[in-house]
Design a protein around this ligand. Structure first.
Ligand code: SF4
Length: 404
């Protein structure tokens, strides 16, 4: 190693020590000399090369710039994917305490330790427990697995009850910030009451970012649009997830579109980014091919053309009755007991569209037994109640067969 590179590394280490990960500019990242040996020992091949910058946005009131494409890590992955993502400029990793039963955080932690890239990565994790004390315990476990003493953004995972933000939550969050264990705080939500969650957070004033389900199928939703406007006025950073709007068993339909030159995966991401209220979109990119495709879309600042928009609209229409919106309360409202239609269909979608058989089966098995034991009369009633025409009975029956 030359004196020059040692000097440069020392200089950068000193510079990094006095700043935050997100405040590292592209120039500093480009000049960073990566520690080659640990990466090689980790079986990562060559050391990660300096990241090329992706288009970035300010994440709401955090005031920090983040790339507009984030790596979601709920799927099975290894350190090589993280390395490739980093090299492609995807410098934001999103994880959660429950992803892969903790394996996601462990893999990210091993990567950060082996490569020494902690300060170059924006790290978000989430807590499934939602009372302040259990949340703090979850954070402690996450920091241990991630081999770091802080995360950039900490979310309550899949918030559905707004009361979770009451009581001691705010004081706990403020203290965790003072202790340097989290920099910013917010929540994620898959919940059908996402509009209510956004409105509520807008009034609280201390929620800094929200990750929520948003894709091309939601454009006409006026309630959601009003809530997104309110969140934007409150300077909350908005991160879109479930951007693919995937339907069941529809790969043949996607393939048919792609034959005509329409690439569904990048097109739906671009459709989300064209909404100026969205700061970033998270995507689970299972392999290098998907990563390349999505990074290409993130770098491409041209707008969707008329042909792509037409195809997207047609795809949305043709798959509408195969896409579950997650509004479990709607189709189960008339039933005498709770059952998990929406979760079951979400796991079927993981199975059919994402090809994540093991994860889909595990999640289905983790549902409390009474919620996944459907009587025929309940399925028929749910199908009648679904305003989107989903054939709930046959979909749930198939889900039980492939996931049970
Ligand atoms: S089946 Fe229909 S009503 Fe039930 S959650 Fe899915 S989209 Fe909503």
């Amino acid at each position: 190693m030359s004196h020059h590179s040692i000097g440069r590394r020392k200089f950068l280490k000193t510079a990094v020590a006095g700043t935050t990960a997100a405040a590292l500019g592209a120039a500093a990242r480009d000049a960073f000399a990566f520690p080659a040996k640990p990466a090689l020992e980790a079986g990562l091949g060559s050391a990660p090369a300096p990241a090329a910058g992706l288009p970035a946005n300010i994440l709401g009131k955090t005031g920090q710039r983040v790339p507009r494409l984030l790596l979601g890590t709920a799927m099975d992955f290894d350190m090589r994917l993280l390395k490739t993502a980093y090299e492609q400029g995807v410098t934001y990793f999103d994880t959660a305490d429950c992803y892969g039963g903790g394996r996601s955080e462990l893999t990210i932690g091993n990567f950060l330790e082996k490569t020494g890239l902690r300060k170059n990565i924006w790290l978000t994790t989430k807590s499934c427990p939602q009372d302040p004390r259990a949340m703090e315990n979850s954070l402690k476990t996450s920091l241990g697995r991630l081999k770091t003493d802080y995360v950039d953004l900490f979310f309550l995972h899949n918030l559905s009850r707004m009361e979770a933000l009451d009581g001691e939550m705010r004081q706990t969050v403020d203290r965790l910030k003072r202790e340097g264990r989290i920099r910013f705080f917010g929540f994620s939500t898959h919940s059908p009451n996402v509009a209510e969650a956004l409105e509520h957070a807008s009034k609280l004033g201390w929620i800094e970012a929200i990750m929520f389900k948003y894709n091309f199928r939601a454009y006409g939703d006026s309630e959601l649009n009003r809530a997104m406007d309110a969140a934007k006025r409150a300077s909350i950073g908005l991160i879109a997830m479930k951007t693919q709007g995937s339907a069941f068993s529809f790969q043949n339909k996607v393939d048919a579109f792609q034959v005509k030159g329409f690439q569904k995966h990048p097109a739906v991401l671009k459709a989300v980014w064209e909404d100026q209220r969205i700061d970033a979109a998270v995507s689970e990119m299972k392999n290098v091919q998907q990563l390349d495709q999505n990074v290409g879309a993130a770098k491409d600042l041209t707008k969707l053309g008329a042909l792509e928009l037409d195809e997207l609209r047609r795809y949305a229409q043709e798959t509408s009755a195969s896409y579950c919106r997650g509004c479990n309360h709607v189709c189960t409202a008339g039933l005498p007991r709770p059952v998990a239609v929406a979760d079951t269909l979400r796991f079927l979608m993981y199975h059919d569209e994402y090809g994540e058989l093991e994860r889909a089966r595990r999640l289905f098995r983790e549902l409390p037994a009474p919620l996944r034991e459907f009587h025929a009369s309940e399925l028929e009633a749910a199908a009648r109640a679904c305003p989107h025409g989903l054939d709930v009975a046959s979909l749930v029956t198939r889900a039980k067969k492939v996931l049970g």
